[in-house]
Design a protein around this ligand. Sequence first.
Ligand code: ADP
Ligand code: MG
Length: 473
Amino acid sequence: MFELLAGRHTIASTQLTLGEPEQVVILKGAWEATLVELKELVNPATYDRWISTLTPVGRTGSVISLATNGEFARQWITRKFTEMLAASLSSALGEPVTVQIVLDENAKTEQAPPPSVAKKKPSGSEPAIRRPGFISKYTFDRFVEGNSNRLALAGAQAVAAQPGKKFNPLFIYGGPGLGKTHLLHAIGQQVLARDARSRIVYLTGQVFAEEFIHSVKTGRVGEFRSMQRSVDIWLVDDVQLIAGKDRTQEELFHTFNFLYEGGRQIVICSDRPPRELYLMEERLRSRFESGLVADISPPDFETRAAILIKKAEEEGVELPMDVVDLMADRIQSNIRKLEGSLCRLLAEASLAGRPPTVEMAEEVLRSFFEDTNAGKPSPEALIEASADYHGVTMEEVMGKGRRQAITRARQVAMYLCREVWSLPWKQIGTLFRKDHSSAIYAHKSIGEELVRRPDQQRVLDEIVEAARSKRQH
Ligand code: ADP
Ligand code: MG
């Protein structure tokens, strides 16, 4: 068995250097591809809570060992995810493997509070909090600034420098894979680097909901509450995941107010702006809007190129400009995918024993798109499925007609293009030969309707399903 990586939370790709033993490089590349795939397959909260804690630590024959940071996590991941992990790793490696989840050797020491904390804060004064499992590479110096993320980055840096002083709350929103979680972790890690005693809670909306419900069931709400309310910095990721959960929202609202009034820093991330969180109570939405609201949009070409160059540099590889051009041109909307494909490219190049070329990049992009777009119906398929469902034609949906069924089919199709693909408003407008304001309006009215009639979600799911099956024909 060979040892792979030392620390936990180090994601394999960051350590990829050329000239390592071939086996290690292959496993690292496969692991990165597995992460990218699972990120698509499981919900974000599950990914952050369980999958992202894993680190490949070695291989014996066909058994891959993945380490996590606690006994409970080890058992949970073993029960729930080993098959999925094995399937994904097998396909990435091109040979069948099985997976065993082991306990990280460093976990015990890392989870115990540092001695200074124990001395300065005698037990009993404040409830114990878990030290957040920040991903070590999600720091400010590894975050590439661009027009698309400038405000969010500036807000996050200000908050990390002076928590609770400037922008409170800070609300960051944007589509998947654009760096929201990266910024939250960067804030947390910078604050901890300055003062290891800072009380920081990082959790996703989903985890907040799960832990709250668990505390209700076990009669420990008081404990849950005092823990959440004892923090200096409260980082809530993917808050959209509590939409529609009434009691959880209520609890979040009170926690928010308690912390806010105490001058503690609150940072919230979401996949959409507060006013589009239709299934959330109005009072919560307006609280979210009361500080700085910053969006992260998809990066422009220059930023995508800068990210590729920087990430390759971090691996000690200089990318030829034509390779940068090609990759930055093809992968536009999601930095996670940009990273995933770069990682595959570097693994390929390392195996081939020569620098990455445009031909290699073409090949990697081809297989990458086949893998990651599987299952997502194209915008055209969504439009067609919505037209079918409402008994109108695609031409009518794209045309100017205002008959009720046509308008309805059009609005639903616009809404789904936004939900499934996170397309920019302008692009949706163009796609439907309308302007961006009609796309925004359509999204808003369908979203609001879902609040009044949640059962309508079933109809939308059906349309997406129909679109998905079109794609295969
Ligand atoms: P989100 O939470 O918005 O879905 P993440 O924060 O998980 O996205 O980012 C996805 C990946 O892209 C991460 O590996 C992150 O480090 C990387 N990333 C995103 N934005 C940037 C950036 N501006 N510079 C460097 N890396 C970035
Ligand atoms: Mg995230």
